[in-house]
Ligand binder design. Structure first.
Ligand code: SAH
Ligand code: SF4
Ligand code: F3S
Length: 422
């Protein structure tokens, strides 16, 4: 059986697609580059904003047109919440917690729609990886936070942490096969192990001991649970990279409260300043939503002020999108679309300037790069430094993918650096 796969959404979804591919490859299926050659077309969907959700439907239509014979599988976050609607347009619908059943479901080709609700009692599987230099490891599933704008707790269910032993075993196996860097994934990694009496920072210390592993990253931290212990770990653990992704969402306390984020801007900034003080050359990235219900011009300006104060290396910003099941969709004071767009453009212009300022600080300096691959044109290597900035460098005979190289930065591009090995 030949499969074609297309993935939307966050790293969680990328990891889920990798699991599915691993399962299919283990069962002698082959990957195709075009949908026309496939017997099975898989679309892994994201529901976080309306636009992302609509992509699944347009993609099903488009792919069905290109290949009328293939079975179409809709999986991921939209599949989890929209089974009824999807079963009319896709051949097979698979929820976010049914991945281990993927092959069996697909094998029974004639089943029209299978949906499995999150089952918290499943064994702690170690799913396959497609061997790579950097690997995603999901350490927990779901989210308990219910921020008022967010659909994720509905698409991914309640928080469940994987067992420490299983995570360590998975990473050891990967490292034995050449992996150098792991990215530990969860919607809120700081609450890892809540029911085990064993926390995220303990896990980091354990992972740091794995021989042959070079780098550890994690995402995402919820600011309310981002602890001093974690900052110390970033300072003290050699493998743990100096980068945090700490989603701000808004710079206004009024809006943070309406979002149910459970921190104030003062608390947030205090954590940022402790991090900046304790961690030398640490980078910070964030997520921001503009045009949340009742956001006034003043509230928005407060967000801009925080951008200027924190000086994020990068920020990912979005127009607020009304989502089913969420509290914010019924709030008064929805902001008109053109106003959201105006705010988004303003914020992104400001961030572009800050990103340039931050990139410029690397010029003429030496930065440590893990070589992850070869550029599309085939004449350059690319990788990332510990701060998670992409660095490009020219080919050299004595360098290969997987090496860690000291690079002198020669120039900056819009979102990345260019340099030469020293
Ligand atoms: N668990 C992660 C976020 C997952 S969703 C965390 O809490 O940081 C990724 C980002 O999408 C969020 O940080 C938020 O900025 C954005 N987002 C979520 N719901 C949204 C919505 N309804 N409209 C616009 N952006 C949204
Ligand atoms: Fe969504 Fe909030 Fe959970 Fe992040 S912490 S996934 S934004 S509900
Ligand atoms: Fe990720 Fe989108 Fe689902 S952001 S968790 S794929 S809704």
């Amino acid at each position: 059986m030949n499969y074609y796969i297309k993935t939307f959404g966050c790293q969680m979804n990328e990891r889920d697609s990798e699991k599915v591919e691993g399962i299919l490859l283990e069962n002698n299926c082959k990957k195709t580059d075009t949908p026309e050659q496939a017997d099975l077309i898989i679309i892994n969907s994201c529901a976080v904003r309306e636009k992302a959700e609509n992509k699944l439907y347009s993609e099903i239509g488009r792919l069905r047109f290109r290949n009328k014979k293939a079975k179409i599988v809709a999986m991921g976050c939209v599949a989890q919440i929209n089974y009824e609607k999807l079963k009319n347009v896709a051949d097979i619908v698979i929820g976010t917690n049914a991945i281990d059943e993927f092959y069996n479901i697909v094998k029974e080709h004639d089943i029209n729609g299978v949906f499995i609700k999150p089952n918290m009692d499943k064994p702690d599987y170690i799913f396959p990886h497609l061997n790579k230099i950097t690997a995603y490891i999901d350490i927990m599933y779901g989210c308990d936070n219910f921020c008022t704008y967010c659909i994720v707790p509905h698409t991914r269910g309640r928080e469940v942490s994987r067992k420490k032993e299983s995570i360590i075993e998975e990473i050891k196996r990967l490292v034995d096969n050449g992996t150098k860097e792991v990215m530990l994934l969860g919607q809120n990694v700081n609450s890892y192990g809540k029911n085990f009496n064993y926390g995220f920072v303990d896990l980091l210390y354990e992972v740091n001991k794995i021989k042959g592993l070079e780098r550890i990253r994690f995402t995402t931290s919820h600011p309310k649970d981002f602890s001093k212990d974690l900052i110390y770990a970033i300072r003290d653990l050699k493998k743990l990279c100096e980068h945090i992704h700490l989603p701000l969402q808004s710079g206004s306390n009024k809006i943070l409260k309406l979002m149910r984020r459970k921190y104030t801007i003062e608390e947030y900034l205090e954590k940022i300043y402790t991090y900046k003080e304790m961690v030398k050359d640490g980078s910070i990235t964030t997520d921001i939503i503009v045009g949340f219900p009742q956001e006034t011009e003043e509230d928005f300006e407060e967000t801009l002020k925080i951008l200027d104060e924190v000086k994020y290396d990068t920020s990912f910003s979005f127009k607020y999108s009304k989502r089913p099941f969420t509290k914010a969709k019924d709030m008064d004071g929805q902001v008109p679309e053109d106003e959201k767009l105006r705010r988004l453009n303003m914020l992104q212009d400001l961030q572009a300037k800050i990103t340039q300022e931050k990139l410029k600080t690397y010029e003429s300096k030496i930065t440590e790069v893990l070589i992850e691959g070869v550029s599309k044109k085939g004449n350059q290597f690319f990788g990332r430094n510990r701060q998670n900035t992409v660095v490009n460098l020219d080919f050299m005979d004595n360098i290969k993918v997987g090496d860690i190289v000291s690079v002198k930065v020669t120039r900056t591009l819009k979102h990345s650096l260019v340099g030469e090995p020293v």
